[in-house]
Design a protein around this ligand. Structure first.
Ligand code: AMP
Length: 421
């Protein structure tokens, strides 16, 4: 039996990269005042339909939707903003303005699997509720920039756009319909349909034959009013002041309908077609649209598979967690003693990484495993040692004779010889 297509097993040899990302993200988000929360992976289908938008790739083609045993339509979350907003409303988190939250976990989209695009993938989602000004955008961008640095990743580029208010989007929609109607013969079937329902989404089309037409389309920035321009200008001033490089991209619309105002993406040129590592934006209407109070909000999502791929592409060195010591026993008395010795060592030296070899067999085979593990020393207990209360300590990395250490002195010996190296 194999795993489902597009859903990956993350194996022990890859887990260090994941833990590196998770560890730094958790520490950094905590340091900036963000609180972690963990909504469920399944929500009512209606939540995603209403928030992401009926006429989007995600809702039209990509959701894992099923009826539960009561006939209620549920969906595996394709993204997490909607769930966080639902939870924030439900639990009254929005009563404190400026609340910052984040979550991490798997998302599900029935897409065509390829490098960097999977059916189960993982995101870190970060949201700020109740801040309408561009300070929120600036903080999210600066926080993400700091995360790339902390992870040891370089070369990500920031793209920015502003989609403006719903009124601006409505005006833009009219311009787009005029433009695409004038070129109706060049539209593919998907785009022709979207002309009627959601013309902005035509700009998301990945169809190569549509790209020239999209490139010449009117720009949303031409529809901006004074407020939208001032908001964007202020954000750009904040980014300039903090030394953040960016590129304004009027074609950046993102694939979800809830965005209003600023949208942004961090992209890389090192991963091929799937070049977006992180994307987000402002969604000032979503909270009230799904039953909450009027509450400006903004967030972003980082794609962890792509970050992990970048760590590999850029050969970022990851801290290794090799054991310090490998304890092996041979013989009945010795194997009864082994765990007790290991536990008293762990009590005395809490930072010690110690593996007890549980595979039956000879010392020779155990020493081979100890060596392969990268451990500094092997601790060997035979029945003879068990009787005399001593342990044989073998240095696996230096050519020095094996020494016999009494069990009482073992913790001191290990601490001196292993942790200080
Ligand atoms: P989105 O939720 O579509 O705005 O995506 C945010 C980020 O999640 C993207 O920039 C990607 O890094 C990542 N992402 C989205 N979809 C996938 C997928 N199918 N497989 C892997 N990563 C994804």
């Amino acid at each position: 039996m194999l795993a489902i297509r597009g859903m990956n097993d993350i194996l022990p040899e890859n887990i260090r990269a994941w833990q590196h990302v998770e560890h730094h993200a958790c520490a950094l988000l905590g340091a900036y005042g963000y609180e972690e929360m963990r909504p469920p992976m399944v929500e009512r289908t209606e939540l995603f339909r209403r928030s992401i938008g009926e006429v989007t790739d995600i809702v039209e083609k990509e959701m894992y939707t099923f009826d539960d045993r009561n006939g209620e339509s549920l969906t595996l979350r394709p993204e997490c903003t909607a769930s966080l907003v639902r939870a924030a409303i439900q639990h009254g988190l929005l009563r404190t303005p400026g609340r910052r939250v984040w979550t991490m976990g798997p998302m599900f989209r029935y897409e065509r699997p390829q490098k960097g695009r999977y059916r189960q993938f993982h995101q870190i989602d970060v949201e700020i509720f109740g801040v309408g000004g561009p300070s929120a955008e600036a903080e999210l961008i600066l926080l993400s920039r700091r995360l790339w640095t902390a992870l040891g990743i370089s070369g990500l580029a920031l793209e920015l756009n502003s989609l403006g208010s719903r009124a601006i989007q409505a005006r833009y929609r009219t311009r787009l319909v005029e433009y695409f109607s004038a070129h109706a013969s060049m539209l593919d079937a998907d785009s022709a349909r979207r002309m009627e329902t959601n013309p902005l989404r035509i700009l998301d089309s990945k169809n190569p034959s549509m790209q020239a037409l999209i490139e010449e389309a009117p720009r949303i920035t031409d529809q901006h009013d004074a407020q939208a321009r001032a908001h964007l200008d202020q954000l750009l001033a904040m980014l300039d002041e903090a030394g953040v490089a960016y590129r304004l991209n009027p074609r950046l619309v993102r694939g979800l309908d809830y965005y209003t105002g600023t949208v942004f993406e961090w992209t890389t040129s090192e991963l091929g077609a799937q070049d977006a590592v992180c994307g987000g934006g402002r969604y000032d209407n979503l909270v009230s649209e799904i039953g909450g109070p009027a509450c400006p909000a903004i967030g972003f999502a980082i794609g962890l598979e792509r970050l992990v791929a970048l760590l590999e592409t850029q050969s970022v060195e990851l801290p290794a967690a090799v054991p310090h010591a490998w304890l092996a026993s041979n013989g009945d008395r010795a194997s009864i003693l082994a765990h007790a010795v290991a536990e008293s060592l762990r009590d005395a030296v809490p930072e010690l990484r110690l593996v007890v070899d549980a595979v039956p067999g000879s010392f020779k085979a155990k020493l081979k495993r100890a060596d392969r593990s990268g451990a500094r020393i092997a601790l060997l207990i035979g029945d003879e040692e068990a009787r005399s209360g001593t342990i044989a300590v073998k240095d696996l990395r230096a050519r020095v004779p094996q020494s016999m250490v009494s069990i009482d002195d073992l913790a001191g010996h290990v601490a001196r010889n292993v942790l200080t190296q």
